[in-house]
Design a protein around this ligand. Structure first.
Ligand code: ZN
Length: 854
């Protein structure tokens, strides 16, 4: 019997409909006979009735499988092929299911299930990819012990858990930890390993390996150190030890996302693990360190304790992002990490939460779960953990976490389980706090102040705007960290956490001789928009004196924002009072260069567009771009004396190391170079380019040369130097789009999609090119719609190959309703063009429908 399972048709799944699977899986044995066009997968699975589940038909998920043979207790059966899988009559008691299917990894361009990348076999199963490997109850609450046999001529054959027998043409693996199918992984190919060792605190020896294509061995040492640091950190801070004899990481070139936490066999996008001084920037190094930590930390928050269903995704992702940000703060600079995270949150999560794609941290329905690996689930999910920690205090937080690991180890858990642990550990009622998981949208907090007879009062009101499918929201629990400064700039009230839990609330602070200045939402203690009428003088005061490094940076950002907004709306010149205050900060050599580099940045074009929209104006991308350019030009000219001094400070004399200290200096140097290059026609950039011995300096110089109109020869030289290195070539593709003037960027992007090294099948290359275009505000929103059209052409072509990446990239259209009627019409035309594509994937269909609001 040979049958192609039909592709599942779009269907909405609801959290409220959760029902346990009718059987438990006692064990799983899989045999893979690898062949690019026709891999055979043999499964032997023991099922037993699940007494906790209601009666139901026996249904196994399966997609794009060719069924060769199926048997129950040794007797061949003919299952009924249904939408998204199969059904078959089964015995009342336990039984053995045996099944053989055929799949074609070489033709799998969706990069989900078993696929090939440069001749290497690899898998990606989260969230629902295992059903493309064999028929299975592919849901995270079905957990089992897997034994895997891989047959093939490939020299390296890996799966989860610990290695078992191996010999000519085969290798076996056994994973003793029960796991859901989404954590299954297999890799086979010609790989070389970069080895390492870790001894856990209880004395267990763990073999570590980073597996790469021959030639990439020299790019593994940084990742290996990051892995060891992560293992040690999780023991020290959370008391969590590793639990297998081996931990393998594999680098894969073709990968939809950053990396995947498969048990004992993490698979990484090569851009998120391979690093070297010559080929990676400081930002790359930091990101790699964080992602290695993130995937490693999932071993406890995700794998040992997993999710009951995909609605609970933030249970593992929000917590693990929170943990990796703690790790980075500990290893590097906590203030710099916090500011960078908030920049990222505002750039990615705020637009999502304030537009047509807005959804709660724990969504209540979806069509395609891949579309819910979002900034809201990940980054806002992490903010929710941070608020919880701030509310209960550090000690109670770690006590609750211990209880969580004790109580739920081995479970597929829920947000209710998570909050219950905190309630039990602290005695606190978290029912109102739970609204952070169910109410979508960014709360707005307004604050006003009075000062009467020595008493200073702050009155807060909170309001959550309506979002798709949600209106009339209730007040949430919002921790607001506040500090007060006296007129001399001394702190008279150290950071204190106020708990907002009503629509309006007043807090009083007594005994002041003079009216203090307040620093509110210190450390960005809650993911809200703070609305406050503060005079520029007060902001300047905070910029000069705030003891909270986040709010000091925030005061500067507010001033930069107001300056740009008036330049855009009124055509006024830059605010020189602000620039003088900023200059004083930049001249303060006691401040971390990385922090000062952050001070030199301002709100980006997309953020300005959002702010203008909120204030009732229609953002004009050209005017926003022009204001940014003239502010930068003005700074450069005003700071002719300051810039060389900062450039000198930014020099690194020691041998290159991607640590926080050196990276901070180079970040400051990069910010300075971008201003200097406006004055010297690119002379300093050319000198830096020629002398560079690392990618950070080489790339920042190249960007400035392109901006200065002197890029052509250097771009060609850079290409010749790096054409053999895919990851560096991704940078080459992206930078020449984002560094060109908006009028030229769309044509350049178009030309690059026809370059011999462009390919639709590699998500990194696609994102480097089309992502550079869609991230370039003035170019993407070009008046004639050329940016929208080019991206749409490519998305329509990509949808047949890779629905997941296509759908993710559609989200750049989510802000379309902010713009003028003409641009809205142009975007609508493109979105409708995507909608009308024959055989549109359910991933992309769902995204475009939500963005259109249909
Ligand atoms: Zn994760």
């Amino acid at each position: 019997m040979k049958d192609q399972a039909p592709q599942a048709t779009p269907q909405t799944v609801y959290l409220k409909d959760y029902t346990p699977f009718g059987w438990t899986v006692e064990d799983v044995h899989l045999t893979f006979r690898l062949a690019p066009e026709a891999t055979r997968v043999l499964a032997s699975i023991h099922f037993a009735p699940n007494p906790a589940a209601p009666a139901q038909d026996f249904f196994l998920h399966g997609e794009e499988l060719t069924l060769i043979r199926a048997a129950i207790d040794g007797v061949e059966v003919a299952p009924q092929m249904v939408d998204g899988g199969l059904k078959v009559a089964v015995p009342a008691g336990p039984f053995l299911w045996e099944c053989e299917v055929e799949i074609a990894p070489v033709r799998n361009t969706a990069l989900e299930g078993l696929y090939m990348s440069n001749g290497m076999y690899c898998t990606q199963c989260e969230a629902e990819g295992f059903r493309k490997i064999t028929y299975y109850p592919d849901r995270p609450d079905v957990m089992s012990v897997f034994t895997v046999r891989i047959e093939g001529a490939e020299p390296v054959k890996l799966s989860n858990g610990n290695p078992g027998a191996s010999g000519e043409g085969f290798a076996e693996w056994h994973d003793p930890w029960p796991k859901p199918a989404y954590l299954f992984a297999l890799v086979a190919g010609e790989l070389v390993n970069f080895p390492g060792k870790f001894v856990t605190r209880s004395g267990r020896d763990v073999d570590l390996n980073i597996w790469v294509r021959p030639g990439d061995e020299g790019k593994c040492s940084f990742g290996m150190q990051a892995l060891k640091d992560s293992m040690k950190w999780d023991e020290d801070v959370y008391g969590r030890e590793y639990d297998l004899d081996v931990f393998n990481i594999v680098a894969v070139d073709d990968f939809n996302m950053g990396a995947m936490e498969n048990k004992g066999l993490n698979i990484f996008n090569s851009s998120c693990v391979l690093a070297s001084r010559e080929t990676s920037t400081d930002a790359n190094f930091e990101r790699i360190e964080a992602i290695i930590a993130h995937e490693y930390f999932h071993n406890w928050t995700g794998n040992r304790i997993t999710c009951r269903d995909w609605f609970q995704l933030c249970l593992k992702e929000g917590l693990t992002v929170y943990r990796d940000s703690q790790f980075t703060s500990d290893l590097r600079s906590a203030p710099v990490k916090r500011i960078s995270d908030v920049i990222d949150l505002r750039a990615r999560q705020f637009p999502e939460d304030q537009g047509p794609l807005s959804h709660p941290v724990r969504p209540e329905s979806f069509q395609e779960i891949n579309n819910f690996y979002t900034a809201t689930v990940y980054e806002k999910g992490a903010e929710v953990i941070g608020m919880l920690k701030l509310l209960v205090g550090d000690e109670a937080y770690y006590k609750a976490l211990d209880l969580y690991f004790d109580r739920h180890d081995g479970d597929a858990a829920t947000i209710e389980d998570w909050l219950k642990v905190f309630e039990d550990a602290t005695g606190r009622d978290l029912s109102q706090f739970k609204l952070w998981y169910s109410q979508s949208g960014t709360p707005r907090v307004k604050v006003s102040e009075t000062f009467v007879n020595g008493t200073y009062s702050l009155t807060f009101t909170q309001h959550s705007p309506d979002t798709p499918n949600q209106s009339g929201k209730a007040p949430q629990v919002i921790p607001i960290a506040v500090g007060l400064l006296n007129p001399n700039g001394d702190e008279v009230l150290p950071t204190t956490v106020l708990e907002l839990d009503q629509a309006e609330q007043t807090f009083e602070f007594g005994g002041f001789a003079a009216k203090p200045t307040s620093s509110i939402l210190r450390g960005f203690s809650a993911p809200v928009v703070l609305e406050r009428d503060t005079s520029p003088q007060e902001k300047a005061f905070l910029l000069a004196h705030d003891t909270d490094s986040f709010n000091r940076w925030e005061a500067n950002r507010d001033l930069a924002r107001e300056c740009l907004v008036s330049m855009i709306l009124d055509g006024t010149g830059p605010d020189t009072a602000w620039l003088d205050g900023l200059e004083a900060v930049l001249r303060d050599e006691t401040l971390d260069p990385a922090y000062r580099a952050l001070m030199m940045g301002g709100p980006g074009a997309a953020e300005l567009a959002q702010i203008l929209h909120e204030r009732g104006h229609t953002p004009d991308p050209e005017a926003i771009y022009d204001a940014g350019e003239s502010l930068a030009q003005f700074k450069a000219e005003r700071w002719v004396d300051l810039l060389p001094r900062l450039a000198a400070e930014a020099q690194v004399t020691e041998a290159y190391a991607p640590n926080a200290e050196q990276s901070g200096k180079r970040a400051l140097g990069g910010a300075v170079l971008s201003l200097l290059s406006r004055l010297d026609g690119g002379a300093a950039a050319k000198a830096q380019y020629d002398a560079a011995d690392n990618m950070t300096l080489q790339l920042s110089a190249l960007v400035q040369l392109v901006k200065a109109g002197k890029g052509d020869a250097v771009l060609a030289a850079f290409y010749d130097q790096w054409r053999h290195d895919r990851l560096v070539m991704d940078k080459w593709f992206g930078l020449q789009i984002s560094a060109l003037p908006p009028a030229e960027a769309v044509e350049r992007a178009d030309a690059l999609t026809r370059h011999a090294d462009f390919t639709m099948t590699n998500p990194n290359r696609f994102r480097a090119t089309l992502g550079a275009l869609s991230g370039y505000h003035a170019a993407f929103h070009r008046k004639d719609g050329a940016g929208y059209r080019l991206l749409t052409d490519k998305l329509i072509a990509l949808d047949d190959l890779n629905p997941q990446t296509t759908a993710r990239m559609c989200s750049v259209f989510q802000t379309w309703k902010r713009y003028d009627a003409a641009r809205q019409a142009l975007v609508r035309e493109q979105l409708e063009r995507i909608k009308a594509k024959p055989k549109l994937s359910r991933d992309t269909d769902e995204m475009v429908s939500r963005i259109l609001g249909v």
